[in-house]
Design a protein around this ligand. Structure first.
Ligand code: ATP
Length: 275
């Protein structure tokens, strides 16, 4: 039991340079991660060790990328799972899977010769839902309790240092127990990108793609108010597909403009007037 947990622990290559439009989130995150890097200083000054960081904001804004980049920045192994993995019909399985996730993280760190591991839990609201909101569902409570036990058990003197990074689109649903000092007491807002952020993301995702000389990415950034990073990545991909269909060797402004419409239609994006 608990062994059916799905995790990803592939060696990661994402760095903060691969993430556009999230300068303030990156700044806050790095500030927190520096506590892990300078752990001797932290111990000497008697600062409470950092155990958990919560990334919160709309879908597709780069929360998973930020967690991967945090693992690169701290030279840690990266093990990811999702809140939905811990909810099972059988009593006790969720709690066992939480334990297993932390064991996998320690094993991965040893295997990869790292001193630490980042445990990433996406959709944390599924396990961290306010107690009482789940109509007394025992399984949810046990799973959440186990997560709290694991986090409380993280010791800065352990050979392998564990940092838990969780992500949610629904901060309002989280149980306060998760947000207490010593748990996810660092909360980093990851918002939709502004125009400059959208331009940065478009530039990142057009790397290695042949763009025609008429391409004006600034205009595309202007026209994509409300798009997330994931939408902008899809837009660049869609534009490349349209170029291929046109048997064009380069991506033109027309392909990009059509791709904007495709993404809007596909996602039924809520688009307010461009500011
Ligand atoms: P969810 O809340 O739905 O889990 P998320 O916030 O974790 O989403 P990611 O999984 O990090 O979002 O992003 C999905 C993909 O979208 C990334 O692999 C990347 O291609 C692109 N992307 C999202 N945000 C950014 C960004 N800020 N910069 C560059 N690419 C981005």
């Amino acid at each position: 039991m608990g062994g059916g947990l799905k995790t990803t622990s592939v060696p990661h290559t994402v760095t903060f340079d691969d993430i556009g439009g999230q300068n303030s989130a990156i700044r806050e995150l790095k500030e927190a991660l520096d506590f892990i890097i300078h752990d001797e200083e932290v111990k000497r000054l008697g600062i409470r060790p950092l155990k958990g960081i919560l990334l919160w904001g709309p879908p597709g804004t780069g929360k998973t990328l930020l967690a991967k980049a945090a693992a690169s920045y701290t030279d840690s192994a990266f093990v990811a799972s999702s809140g939905s993995e811990f909810i099972e019909v059988y009593a006790g399985v969720g709690a066992q899977r939480v334990r297993r996730l932390f064991d996998i993280a320690r094993d991965e760190a040893i295997k990869q010769g790292k001193k630490g591991a980042v445990v990433f839990i996406d959709e944390i609201e599924i396990v961290g839902v306010k107690r009482g909101r789940n109509e007394g569902h025992m399984e949810y409570d046990q799973t959440l309790n186990q997560l709290l036990v694991e986090m409380d058990g993280i010791n800065p003197n352990d050979d392998i240092k564990i940092l838990v990074i969780a992500a949610t689109n629904r901060m309002d649903m989280l149980d306060e127990a998760l947000l207490r000092p010593g748990r996810f007491d660092r909360q980093v807002r990851v918002d939709l990108p502004d125009k400059k952020g959208r331009l940065d993301i478009l530039k990142i995702h057009s790397k290695g793609k042949p763009l025609a000389s008429d391409v004006d990415l600034e205009k595309i950034a202007q026209d994509t108010f409300g798009f997330s990073g994931a939408h902008l990545e899809a837009l660049m991909n869609e534009a490349a597909i349209l170029a291929m269909r046109d048997k064009s060797s380069v991506i033109t402004q027309k392909h990009l403009t059509e791709a904007v419409d495709k993404v809007i239609m596909g996602e039924k994006l809520d688009r307010r007037p461009t500011p």
